[in-house]
Design a protein around this ligand. Structure first.
Ligand code: BES
Ligand code: MN
Ligand code: ZN
Length: 501
């Protein structure tokens, strides 16, 4: 869809041309100068009169009215040149892309160089452009008889630049991959529990493996029983749907070493089990596989961009239901690792399924672990709805995840994790661990429980209970699933180990 063209954008015929404008340029240069020249100083006049604003994130539409081959000039205010960040650019692009529906256009174009600064390279601008276009125009079609698909589809997006066209094309591809992987995760999270069971998730993973040539292993219930995966099996006991342990392997190095394990909570619906959620708390729990979706979205990006890394993705998939066979508070179960767990709360099921998944990831050679999970309501109380909570047993690994999160524009905040926390998850009188040591600091407790299974393997835990969905639409997408951590995970994998060398 994206085409790079090394030519003067204003000599062409276009339906809609996106142009970046900084506040108070001393004089126009580059593509803006070409524009001003072509229209006899009119740009200078329009900026002076205030008809075109350069204020950050403002959008000014100027019609060519037949005087130009370009039908609409859409100026995107970027504020002061030195203040523009990659993040801000992404949001500015996102905001304008969301408005495009109103224009009823089939083609788009941009004068890319007008977005470039000392800090934001042409490649950065290209990456931000394709990524935000794809994120901002995402919709979940849903199931209405009259669907809410957009009436107009953009067929081509021409990117005019004086920079190296191969490099800019490659950056557009990277941005597209990041956007598409995120959108795939959004769709998985938005899909209701009856339409995305563990079986459906396994089917989805199989298709992904086919498309990107991943090795795949899907453990069925009988195999899990044989292996002794008592924690995920306990969570699944009340369900009519079979559980699956889904494993995807991507080998980007000659040898299977330095393996990164990505583990995502795949609870397709969380009723709470016998520790039943109140009726208002159950609504929305189709999103409880947001961690799995983040891992699958990141694997899609990895499959497209094929970094020189080794990755094993492990997804424990089941729902958490009630029935005569369901597990109960007070039950003691034996996890795959051998550690026994006293179940004090069947609603603390995420840490149980993750326990077995983490152990399995290690068996598959994972030497570094990142788990992602909609794990606790506690993280929302602690950090609000816009920050992902983190816990780690390894500073260096956490630094790498944090760096990736900055680049992705996804906020992470680390919670403390001390020996006292470890003592609390080990405080059961009759088992090695207990799955719910009380509400105090319970986002930390959830992570600390998972840490018992990571053991000495460097590990970062990401609790996305607050960030996996949003209540209202934003510059880079609609309300509902955000696809949070897809890009952080993908960037983390792409850049892994580069910091130390
Ligand atoms: N899936 C929930 C966490 C959650 C809550 C996600 C709200 C999104 C929004 C998780 O399984 C859960 O129920 N956690 C409990 C743990 C508690 C029982 C220790 C919680 O946070 O209340
Ligand atoms: Mn729960
Ligand atoms: Zn849950």
């Amino acid at each position: 869809m994206f085409k790079v063209i090394n030519a003067n954008p204003f000599e062409s015929n276009q339906e809609c041309m996106l142009i970046g404008l900084f506040e108070q340029p001393e004089k126009f240069t580059g593509q803006l100068l070409e524009l001003d020249d072509r229209f006899g100083g009119e740009l200078t006049e329009l900026v002076k009169s205030g008809d075109i604003s350069a204020k950050s994130k403002s959008i000014s539409v100027i019609h060519g009215l037949g005087k130009s081959g370009i039908k609409r000039f859409v100026f995107i205010g970027l504020g002061r040149e030195k203040d523009l960040t990659f993040d801000a650019l992404r949001e500015a692009f996102g905001r304008v892309c969301k408005k495009l529906d109103d224009f009823r256009i089939r083609t788009l174009s941009t004068a890319l160089d007008t977005f470039v600064t000392d800090q934001v390279s042409p490649n950065d601008a290209a990456h931000a452009l394709s990524e935000s276009y794809i994120l901002a125009t995402y919709i979940f079609s849903g199931y209405k008889q009259k669907s809410n698909e957009p009436e107009i589809d953009i067929e081509s997006f021409e990117v005019f630049t004086n920079a190296d066209s191969d490099e800019v094309s490659a950056a557009l591809q990277v941005g597209s991959a990041h956007g598409e992987g995120t959108n795939s995760a959004r769709t998985l999270v938005n899909t209701p529990g009856n339409m995305l069971t563990a079986t459906d998730m396994a089917e989805y993973a199989k298709k992904l493996a086919q498309s990107y040539n991943f090795e795949i292993e899907i453990l069925e219930k009988a195999e899990m029983e044989k292996l002794g995966m008592g924690a995920i099996l306990a969570v699944n006991k009340g369900s009519a749907e079979p559980p699956y342990m889904i494993v995807l392997k991507y080998q980007g190095k000659d040898e299977w070493k330095d393996v990164i394990g990505l583990v995502g909570k795949g609870v397709t619906f969380d009723t709470g089990g016998y520790s039943l959620k109140p009726k208002d708390g159950i609504v929305g729990m189709k999103m409880d596989m947001g961690g799995a979706a983040a891992v699958l979205g990141a694997m899609e990006i990895i499959g497209k961009l094929r970094p020189e890394q080794n990755v094993v993705a492990v997804i424990p998939a089941t729902d958490n239901m009630v029935s005569g066979e369901a597990f109960k508070p007070d039950d003691v179960i034996t996890s795959f690792s051998g550690k026994t767990i006293e179940v004090l709360n069947t609603d603390a099921e995420g840490r149980l399924v993750l326990a077995d998944a983490i152990t399995y990831a290690k068996q598959h050679g994972a030497e570094f672990l990142v788990d992602v999970a909609t794990l606790t309501g506690g993280v929302i109380i602690a950090l609000g709805l816009d920050k992902t909570g983190a816990l780690t047993n390894n500073e260096a690994l956490f630094e790498e995840v944090l760096e990736a999160s900055y680049e992705a524009g996804e906020f992470i905040w680390r919670l403390p994790y001390t020996e006292k926390d470890k003592e609390r998850v080990r405080s059961s009188k009759i088992a090695d661990l207990n799955n719910s040591p009380g509400r105090e600091g319970h986002a930390i407790m959830g992570g600390a429980f998972i840490g018992e299974f990571a053991e000495d393997t460097p590990w970062v835990h990401l609790d996305i209970a607050g960030t996996a969905t949003v209540k209202s639409s934003h510059d880079l997408g609609p309300e509902g699933a955000t696809g949070v951590m897809v890009r952080t995970l993908a960037l983390f994998v792409e850049r892994f180990g580069q910091g130390e060398q």
